[in-house]
Design a protein around this ligand. Structure first.
Ligand SMILES: *Cc1c(COP(=O)(O)O)cnc(C)c1O
Length: 405
């Protein structure tokens, strides 16, 4: 990294939420005030030691942090190259990284004196993490979820309801995640006085991309210190999957200024590079606005947001966080893509060699890491963010393997 990018990365985002040319706010007037209020409150909370202490107490006592940095010894032997480590976000309460962010945002909701929470969800992971955080604090929670996803992820729908949340099926558009975000924003415009909208990734208008990245940075901060304690040095490469980009941003951010550490984000390559067959926004997208934010977006010739496909519902999104677009264009992070069938293979390989079942989303990062480790030296170290566990995916995987139950 050049001195110039290093200086630049220290200043992003600026007060307007700009990561270079990306980010900012493209929202109706009614939301501007709420976003400014949220930004001010977040900046105060960030600098407030009592807020930070409460956040970290919750992460420890309720979420179960710190999550281990685990040496995948048998997988390493199988690959015959670099030592592979997993950052075990799958061991968090609710089984994924999403809860780091929802606990932070619910604390902020209370701090702002708001009485109601709304959220969107795709696969249901963020919906469950929001429902859990709200149940913990006794706040009512409404989760918008595309009708198609409600059908595909009925286990998570039932868990949300059991936690006391109301799940509202969204019947517009493709009836998936992006329509659920539109519907949540519509609700927020009408309810902003007493309601906080917990966005689930590093997307949307400022301050969401920076705030969610900060809450998720506990992943990378812990991993960095664990590398120093357990291995005695920094890793040679770190890897994470990229949907909206929150587990990856949280993993990457604390390593951004460590020039010796290569960083790779893995997007969903789906069935292949044809439009509509994948969700590889940074490989195939163009600059544009989606959900109130300027970033790379998968779109057609007319600028209409494209349909996307991935085997994993959590990566099935046509946009990406503005900070990733910035890291992509500055060259600090390399972005690759992994196809459905490669992710499926990696999931099985990790399960058999390590007794750990990664989520399909995570399996994209695993597939790249397995391939990359084999090319690296035996003394090298590669760390993969194991963003979540695969239990939610087993019915779908069984169906795909022709072993449906
Ligand atoms: C939601 C999810 C993702 C993708 O979201 P990001 O914001 O890109 O992290 C990845 N892995 C798991 C397990 C998820 O639940």
């Amino acid at each position: 990294m050049t001195a110039a990018t290093q200086r630049a990365s220290a200043q992003v985002p600026d007060a307007l939420g700009r990561f270079g040319e990306f980010g900012r706010r493209f929202v109706p007037e009614t939301l501007m005030h709420a976003l400014e209020e949220l930004t001010d409150e977040y900046n105060r909370a960030k600098a407030d030691p009592s807020f930070q202490a409460e956040f970290h107490r919750l992460l420890k006592e309720f979420v179960g942090r710190p999550s281990p940095l685990y040496y995948a010894e048998r997988l390493t032997k199988l690959c015959g190259g670099a030592r592979i480590f997993f950052k075990r976000e799958d061991l968090n309460h609710t089984g994924a990284h999403k809860i780091n962010n929802t606990m932070g945002q619910v604390l902020l909701t209370q701090r702002m004196g708001k009485k109601r929470v709304i959220a969107e969800t795709g696969a249901g992971q963020h919906g469950v993490a929001s429902a859990v955080a709200c149940a913990h604090f006794g706040l009512p929670c409404v989760v918008y979820m595309g009708e198609e996803d409600v059908r595909r992820q009925n286990l998570n729908v039932f868990i949300m309801k059991t936690m006391g949340a109301e799940v509202r099926p969204v019947t517009s558009g493709s009836r998936t995640l992006r329509d659920a975000i539109n519907e949540a924003m519509r609700d927020w415009m009408a309810s902003v006085e007493d309601t906080h909208y917990i966005l689930g990734s590093v997307v949307g208008p400022h301050p969401f991309p920076v705030m969610v990245r900060d809450f998720q940075s506990v992943i990378g901060s812990e991993a960095r210190q664990q590398c120093l304690d357990q291995i005695g040095r920094l890793p040679d490469e770190i890897v994470a999957c990229v949907g909206g980009g929150s587990n990856s941003a949280g993993m990457f951010y604390p390593f951004i200024e460590d020039e010796s550490v290569a960083i790779t984000g893995v997007e969903a390559g789906g069935r292949g590079p044809k439009p509509g067959d994948h969700a590889s926004t940074l490989s195939f997208g163009k600059k544009g606005v989606l959900h109130g934010c300027y970033s790379y977006v998968l779109q057609d010739e007319d600028g209409q947001t494209s349909d996307v496909h991935s085997i994993s519902a959590g990566l099935d999104y046509p946009g990406v966080g503005p900070e990733h677009s910035y890291w992509h264009d500055t060259g600090r992070v390399k972005y690759v893509n992994v196809q459905d069938k490669e992710a499926l293979e990696a999931m099985q390989k990790v399960a058999r060699s390590e007794g750990v079942l990664p989520a399909l989303e995570t399996s994209h990062a695993m597939s790249y890491a397995i391939r990359r480790a084999a090319e690296m030296d035996k003394d090298d170290v590669i760390v993969v963010c194991l963003s979540g566990r695969g239990d939610k995916d087993v019915a779908e995987v069984a169906r795909l393997l022709g072993q449906g139950f």
